[in-house]
Design a protein around this ligand. Structure first.
Ligand SMILES: NC(=O)c1ccc[n+]([C@@H]2O[C@H](COP(=O)([O-])OP(=O)(O)OC[C@H]3O[C@@H](n4cnc5c(N)ncnc54)[C@H](OP(=O)(O)O)[C@@H]3O)[C@@H](O)[C@H]2O)c1
Length: 252
């Protein structure tokens, strides 16, 4: 079914799971052609099989600078014209600053920030030359409001917001519209893994639900709907913004 993104080309990192996978589904439903990037080759193959000719997967570890650059170049080449870039791939850690090891710090910055930097650096000149485009970067409510044991993860997501604002300032007049979504706690495999590893999963889930004033976790589809809106012409005057999509987590 053709919709808001009919005929547009979109790159989505983190396409294999959770919010990114839901964004791929929303984009395909809206009529876009999508290149998805992630490491899970089985998930990429399943997405390709479900949407032949409309979805192409590129397997790459975005923590690796050269692979991130190569994957982005291949995605641009495949689509020919990139109208939309979504940086969703991310990794996290439940730890305070003192308990965070160098390698953990580095990995979070490499995936969450450097990969976003690398894809944007490659895609923006392409979009400018081709007449414009829009970027949606996935931050976090934890960049807007602190929570225990999220120090470096929160810092990476604050960096994503700052990068996105700078893109808006530097390239807005050249046809690039750039925004962030800042999800609250969302029921994805990421949160599933945290709960599975918790000594009292029901209690932890209850705490996660209670800190969002709406009283529940979000769904990946609820975040993806806002990503699809921001990527569409319906959001044509939304620029340099960070949309909290968090069930009211940052409302108090
Ligand atoms: N769920 C939440 O509560 C929540 C809240 C706020 C913000 N967010 C943000 O939303 C985004 C998606 O999270 P999610 O909850 O949907 O998590 P998820 O289900 O675990 O998905 C994470 C995605 O990131 C990709 N990824 C991770 N490391 C990668 C790497 N080194 N190279 C390439 N791809 C990599 C994964 O792909 P592969 O496994 O295939 O590599 C996967 O597609 C993240 O940026 C996260 O910080 C989530």
């Amino acid at each position: 079914m053709a919709g808001n993104l009919a005929g547009r080309g979109a790159i989505v990192t983190g396409a294999t799971s959770g919010i990114g996978k839901a964004a791929v589904a929303a984009f395909l439903a809206d009529g876009a052609r999508v290149v998805g990037i992630g490491r899970d080759t089985a998930s990429l193959a399943a997405l390709e099989a479900a949407s032949p000719g409309l979805f192409v997967g590129i397997a790459a570890d975005l923590a690796d600078l050269a692979r991130a650059e190569d994957a982005t170049a291949r995605a641009i080449a495949h689509l020919g014209r990139v109208h939309v870039l979504v940086n969703d791939a991310g990794v996290g850690l439940r730890a305070n600053l003192v308990d965070t090891a160098d390698e953990q710090y580095q990995r979070m910055f490499d995936v969450n920030v450097r990969a976003t930097f690398v894809t944007c650096r490659a895609v923006i000149p392409h979009m400018v030359a081709a007449g414009g485009g829009t970027i949606v970067n996935v931050a976090s409510s934890l960049a807007l409001k602190a929570a225990r044991d999220r120090a470096v993860y929160a810092a990476t997501k604050a960096a994503v917001i700052a990068l996105t604002r700078s893109i808006a300032v530097d390239f807005g007049a050249r046809g690039i519209r750039a925004n962030c979504v800042a999800p609250g706690t969302t029921d994805t495999p990421w949160i599933g893994a945290i709960l599975a590893g918790a000594p009292n999963a029901a209690e932890l889930r209850g705490q996660m639900e209670a800190r969002q004033t709406i009283g529940r976790l979000g769904t990946a589809e609820e975040i993806a709907a806002v990503i699809a809106f921001l990527a569409s012409d319906a959001a044509s005057f939304v620029h340099g913004a960070t949309f909290a999509v968090d069930g009211g987590m940052t409302a108090w």
